[in-house]
Design a protein around this ligand. Structure first.
Ligand SMILES: [Zn+2]
Ligand SMILES: [Zn+2]
Length: 176
C-alpha cells in the first residue's frame, strides 16, 4: 500500500513537472528551431490534423516506450509514464478541446480556472508568427490582465494591425 502511494505521488509530481517541460518546449523548441511543425498551429489549417500534431505523436511514443519498459518490472518507470500520460490527457482536454474546440461538442468555460486557461491561450494566438508571443503554459496561466498588459507593452499586436492597414493588397485574418 505504502509503495502504491509512493508511486502515485511520483506520478503526480511528474504531471506537475510536465507543465515546466511543456512550457519550455513550447517557448524554446516549438517557437524556436521546431517552428516548422508548430507554424501550422498558428495558421488556419484545413482538415482534421495539422503538422503540429506530430509533437503529440512524439510525446505519445515516449510514453508508450516508458510503459513498455515499466511493465517489465520497473514500477517507478511506470509511474513516470502514468504522469506523462495524465498530462497529455489534460493538455488535450484544455488545449485541443476547450481552446481550439477540436471535438464534436461545444463546451466553453465561462468562469474560474478553466476560463482563465482558455483566455490565456487565446492571447498566445493573438500574435501572428513565432516571435513576441505570450503565455506558453497550459496548466498554469498568469492573469489575463497581466498578459494583455504584456502584449500592449510589446506592441506586437498593434504593430501587426498597423501593417494590415497599410497593406490592403494582402488581406489577412483580423486579430481578435
Ligand atoms: Zn505556440
Ligand atoms: Zn493553441
Amino acid at each position: 500500500m505504502l509503495e502504491f502511494l509512493g508511486l502515485a505521488a511520483v506520478a503526480i509530481v511528474v504531471f506537475l513537472v510536465m507543465e515546466g517541460v511543456a512550457w519550455a518546449a513550447h517557448k524554446y523548441i516549438m517557437h524556436g528551431f521546431g517552428w516548422g511543425w508548430h507554424k501550422s498551429h498558428h495558421e488556419e489549417t484545413e482538415g482534421l490534423f495539422e503538422k503540429n500534431d506530430l509533437y503529440a505523436v512524439v510525446f505519445s511514443v515516449l510514453a508508450i516506450a516508458l510503459f513498455a519498459i515499466g511493465s517489465n518490472g520497473y514500477p517507478l518507470v511506470l509511474a513516470v509514464a502514468v504522469g506523462i500520460t495524465l498530462y497529455g490527457v489534460f493538455y488535450f482536454v484544455v488545449h485541443d478541446g476547450l481552446v481550439h474546440q477540436r471535438w464534436p461538442f461545444r463546451q466553453i468555460p465561462h468562469k474560474g480556472y478553466a476560463k482563465r486557461l482558455v483566455q490565456a491561450h487565446r492571447l498566445h494566438h493573438a500574435v501572428e508568427g513565432k516571435a513576441g508571443c505570450v503565455s506558453f503554459g497550459f496548466l498554469y496561466a498568469p492573469p489575463v490582465e497581466e498578459l494583455s498588459a504584456e502584449l500592449r507593452r510589446r506592441g506586437t499586436v498593434a504593430a501587426e494591425r498597423q501593417a494590415q492597414k497599410s497593406d490592403p493588397s494582402e488581406p489577412r485574418p483580423s486579430v481578435s
